[in-house]
Design a protein around this ligand. Structure first.
Ligand SMILES: CC(=O)N[C@H]1[C@@H](OP(=O)(O)OP(=O)(O)OC[C@H]2O[C@@H](n3ccc(=O)[nH]c3=O)[C@H](O)[C@@H]2O)O[C@H](CO)[C@@H](O)[C@@H]1O[C@H](C)C(=O)N[C@@H](C)C(=O)N[C@H](CCC(=O)O)C(=O)O
Ligand SMILES: Nc1ncnc2c1ncn2[C@@H]1O[C@H](COP(=O)(O)OP(=O)(O)OP(=O)(O)O)[C@@H](O)[C@H]1O
Length: 506
């Protein structure tokens, strides 16, 4: 992998990102002879991972000039790309947007790995990971496991070995490096989740997906380091529409009319799915008696009957049937057959999403990652469909982020739960008792409420309150997480499912 200086300049000029370069204190627009032949063998945005042959990107809210100085003095760094000039003895390539520059240069450095992969990308407030897992299981059938996955939870670049992800959508440099590794590993397909932050911070700048799927939208991720408003959040997410060759849209998404207008304003294939035949290409029918199956039928928008038929799945919850359908459509567009789709959907499980455990008295424990208003509300209504008895909900809300979730949770709990046990969920630098109080304050209707900050004890209490098969215990928010974030650090945690399993065994 390498990139020539002239090529760097050419790419930046073409995209209108190039401003000037500063070589040995002199300012240039055209490349001076002294640097024209330079080759870069490494790209990095971390000053600690630089050397003489690195092109370094200065970016980030917490970047400090001393990082760059140290890299120049101790690692021999000679070139950096930046939006501002620093007083260091290195050549500066000044650009108008460093994150866009980084994405474009990373693509060229790794020789455009996206051209050798069929890429499907999911966005939406909820269901990205679950849908990505459905697509992975389907395309594993189609490609014999030659499908890479970049999800919030796990990443695989060889189709079979998984490692924990840092971000939902990686920084562009990491993204194109990973894509290249997937290509070198012989992968033919890639499934990824695209967060609103990915668009906001240009992590996928210049990348065109084969299929982009818009699942749903509801207010979330609004706060000091994320989005200033819902409008900004929604706008960023919608960028997927103009950055995909084909689009799959959910008829049930809020603001659907706007999504449809924007999708149809571009000349590309648009498939719409939903839960009834109006205005969709395909819709999912559910049957109360058959929790683990659904039927697909073509809707009125077209004669799209390729997927018609009955499907079985392991994940409960009607929203998961929608997720399965979204993944099926996307997979179909990148080469999966109906049989492969049926097999893949039937095999899909997702850690921490709708995992269930039956207690000795017949009550059911649900472990689910629901951690915002839309997901908690959908989760509780799904559980309510299956249980006529008491619904006991254990949950907390994180510290130092998503502050609006606290009042959202209070509202949902007071409308949909019978017994509420407030506990810790990544309190970070905040006091979990104060967070619990904030949730409680937002409960508009009185509900039996307990505050037990120790999450294991909170689960034990919930389990002790369930009495018979009609009752349900819902452990919401942490999903498959095996840690609690306390004071900025990850503290080991057994995990909701394991805690419940041990409690259920007495
Ligand atoms: C707003 C945003 O995009 N933040 C991400 C971004 O931060 P940043 O560019 O501001 O960089 P920074 O962390 O302030 O660090 C400054 C820079 O100094 C560099 N550095 C640091 C130390 C040193 O010695 N030398 C050095 O050069 C670092 O490598 C970095 O480039 O780049 C960092 C990696 O370089 C990410 O860790 C960070 O994610 C933050 C922590 C984060 O949590 N982001 C969340 C909001 C996020 O993106 N979430 C979405 C999911 C949301 C959803 O569910 O929809 C996601 O896609 O994951
Ligand atoms: N289509 C959906 N509509 C509403 N809620 C959903 C949907 N799909 C999943 N959920 C709920 O949201 C939770 C998180 O699901 P998932 O991890 O698939 O979403 P995500 O978009 O990846 O979330 P995040 O961005 O928070 O990582 C699930 O545990 C479930 O409770």
């Amino acid at each position: 992998m390498r990139l020539n200086f002239n090529r760097v300049r050419e790419i930046l000029v073409k995209d209108n990102l190039f401003r000037e370069m500063i070589v040995e204190g002199k300012w240039f627009y055209e490349t001076p002879e002294t640097v024209a032949k330079r080759e870069f063998y490494n790209l990095s945005y971390d000053s600690r991972q630089t050397d003489k042959d690195t092109l370094f990107f200065v970016k980030g809210m917490n970047f400090k000039e001393e990082f760059l100085k140290k890299a120049v003095e101790e690692n021999g760094l000679e070139f950096y790309v930046s939006e501002v000039v620093y007083d260091v003895e290195a050549t500066a390539i000044i650009v108008s947007d460093v994150k866009k520059a980084m994405s474009l240069l990373a693509q060229a450095f790794y020789d455009f790995p996206q051209n050798d992969l069929k890429i499907i990308a999911f966005t939406g407030t909820k269901g990205k990971t679950t849908s990505a897992y459905f697509a992975k299981a389907i395309l594993d059938e189609t490609t014999k496991c030659k499908t890479a996955l970049l999800s919030t939870m796990n990443t695989t670049l060889d189709g079979v070995t998984f490692f924990k992800s840092q971000l939902t959508t990686p920084e562009s440099l990491d993204l194109f490096r990973m894509m290249n590794e997937a290509r070198e590993n012989g992968m033919t397909h890639l499934i990824m989740e695209v967060s609103s932050q990915a668009y906001k911070t240009s992590r996928v700048y210049g990348l065109l997906f084969d299929v982009g799927i818009f699942l749903n939208i509801s207010p979330d991720h609004i706060g000091p380091i994320e989005h200033p408003s819902f409008e900004d959040y929604f706008y960023c997410k919608r960028q997927i529409l103009s950055h995909s060759k084909a689009i799959v849209l959910n008829r049930e998404a809020d603001y659907f009319e706007l999504l449809k207008e924007e999708a149809l304003s571009q000349e590309k294939q648009v498939l719409i799915y939903g839960t009834s035949k109006e205005d969709v290409d395909v819709f999912v029918q559910t049957n109360k008696e058959k929790v683990f199956s659904f039927t697909l039928e073509n809707g009125e928008r077209s004669n799209f009957s390729e997927l018609n038929g009955e499907y079985s799945l392991r994940l409960s919850g009607d929203f998961n049937k929608g997720n399965a359908l979204a993944a099926s459509l996307a997979s179909l567009l990148v080469g999966a057959s109906k049989e492969e789709i049926k097999t893949g959907v039937a095999q899909t499980t997702v850690p921490g999403r709708m995992e269930t455990l039956e207690l000795a008295n017949g009550a059911t424990v649900y472990v689910d990652y629901a951690h915002n208003k839309i997901s908690l509300s959908s989760l509780l209504s799904e559980v309510r469909k299956q249980h006529t008895g008491k619904m006991i909900v254990v949950l907390g809300s994180p510290g130092n982020k998503g502050e609006s979730r606290r009042s959202d949770f209070g509202e949902v709990l007071s409308e949909q739960a019978d017994i509420v046990i407030l506990t810790a969920d990544d309190p970070n630098y905040e006091n979990p008792k104060t967070i619990a109080k904030e949730i409680q304050l937002a409960m508009k209707h009185p509900r039996e409420t307990h505050v037990e900050i120790d999450r294991e004890r909170a689960i034990a209490l919930a389990i002790s309150l369930a009495e018979n098969p009609e009752d349900a215990v819902v452990l919401a928010g942490k999903g498959a997480d095996l840690y609690q974030i306390v004071e900025g650090k990850r503290v080991e945690y057994l995990g909701d499912f394991e805690v419940a399993r041990r409690m259920s065994e007495g």
